[in-house]
Write a protein that binds this ligand. Structure first.
Ligand SMILES: O=C(O)c1ccccc1NCC(=O)[C@H](O)[C@H](O)COP(=O)(O)O
Length: 375
């Protein structure tokens, strides 16, 4: 019998998802050879496909069999964000067991685990999967970036619809997501990023859905803190063409598994890295098309655009050989900032604050690039 690591999402649904998953948590499945029927597109089949594609790593299997907790496995990959795995508990009880969150990103993730459990209770996974299968076709997020970069001769723009953030507070009081999205599209944004986290960014999945239903044509990134596959299916249902997967939060197996789900749903995955270790991890994963280099540390809020230059000086050749597009994210305010990351090797930029806080976010785009962008 082929033992298969519990998928990240399955792990999240187990009673002790992260703190300590006993080796009995291994899920024994029929040896792939024994399966006669073709692969269905359900999560269990995705897990079998995962195993069949030998995306699993013997080291990871050994770690699980050694009884290491999922948090220990994550820590072995340099991940500093822990999971509590107790979505039904109060934050007080969680903190009594884990101590206070070490930084804002860990706090966001601890809240997200609880939110996802509430979402699952509200809209069970099988229903979301069924709805995702009926959603209109996705738009080509990756292709839109590549085309815009070629058309304009500057990095393609992913313009972010963001009302507030932990580091900057409220950016725009008068916040109409559809109005902002339409202004961005009118002035040449290739794609849009829509914040869907409510507690820390005052965003929502409803904003994503409104923008999609308003007739905005450019592809939409669901800017969410993904910790479970339910969020990917739900993003698809609510109108996303791409989702964000954050390497600082997700293990290699999480990313491999979620990449496969994105592929099945026709979604582009933007894999976000911030440091050397995360870049090396992500470049070792097959199927990555789009890497975002965040100049902002999501743990300290420090923004340093030289981060993009440093990472691309070392890894640019490998990235180009793989045909991966790179998105420079955060802290871009003027043409010099854009030129700096362009010279470093990015094909696109993701920009929020410097646009959304302007009186006319659409008009601000020409100011950011020093020229009008063409469609
Ligand atoms: O922006 C924050 O304060 C923040 C805190 C914790 C996690 C994520 C956070 N921001 C997400 C982003 O990275 C930005 O929204 C995005 O890259 C755009 O950055 P900017 O142009 O500087 O608004």
């Amino acid at each position: 019998m082929q033992a298969l690591l519990a998928s990240p999402s399955l792990r999240a649904s187990l009673p002790s998802a992260r703190p300590s998953l006993p080796s009995r948590g291994l899920v024994a499945l029929a040896a792939p050879a024994a399966r006669a029927r073709p692969l269905r597109c359900g999560p269990r089949d995705t897990m079998e496909a995962l195993a069949r594609d030998e995306m699993l790593n013997a080291v990871e299997l050994e770690q699980w069999e050694s009884g290491k907790s999922a948090n220990d496995i994550a820590a072995c990959q340099g991940i500093r964000i822990r999971r509590h795995g107790r979505p039904a508990a109060s934050m007080d009880d969680i903190q009594a067991e884990m101590g206070a969150p070490r930084n804002i990103l860990e706090k966001i993730i601890w809240d997200k685990e609880i939110e996802v459990a509430q979402g699952l209770a509200r809209c069970p996974l099988n229903e979301v999967i069924e709805s995702a299968g009926k959603a209109p076709p996705t738009r080509d997020f990756y292709g839109a970036l590549a085309a815009a970069h070629k058309r304009n001769g500057v990095p393609a723009l992913i313009a972010e619809v963001k009302k507030a953030s932990p580091s900057r507070g409220v950016l725009r009081e008068n916040f109409d997501p559809v109005e902002i999205a339409q202004a961005y599209e009118k002035h040449g944004a290739a794609c849009l990023s829509i914040l869907t986290d409510e507690k820390y960014f005052q965003g929502s999945f409803e904003n994503l859905q409104k923008v999609r239903k308003a007739g905005v044509k450019c592809p939409l990134l669901c800017k969410e803190f993904v910790v479970d596959k339910w969020q990917i299916y739900y993003a698809r249902v609510m109108g996303a063409d791409a989702v964000l997967l954050i390497a600082a939060v997700l293990t290699d197996l999480d990313i491999k598994y979620f990449l496969r789900i994105c592929k099945e749903l026709g979604l582009t995955a933007l894999i976000e890295v911030h440091d050397e270790r995360e870049m090396e991890r992500v470049l070792a994963i097959n199927g990555v098309q789009l890497i975002g280099i965040n100049n902002r540390s999501l743990e300290t809020f420090i923004v340093d655009t030289s981060n993009t230059k440093t990472l691309l000086e070392k890894h640019g050749d490998a990235i180009r050989e793989k045909g991966i597009l790179v998105v420079g994210e955060s802290g871009l305010f003027n043409p010099d900032d854009v030129a700096y990351v362009q010279n470093a090797g990015v094909s696109a930029v993701l920009v929020g604050e410097s646009l959304v806080k302007q009186a006319d976010p659409g008009l601000a785009i020409a100011g950011l690039f020093g020229k009008e962008l063409v469609h």
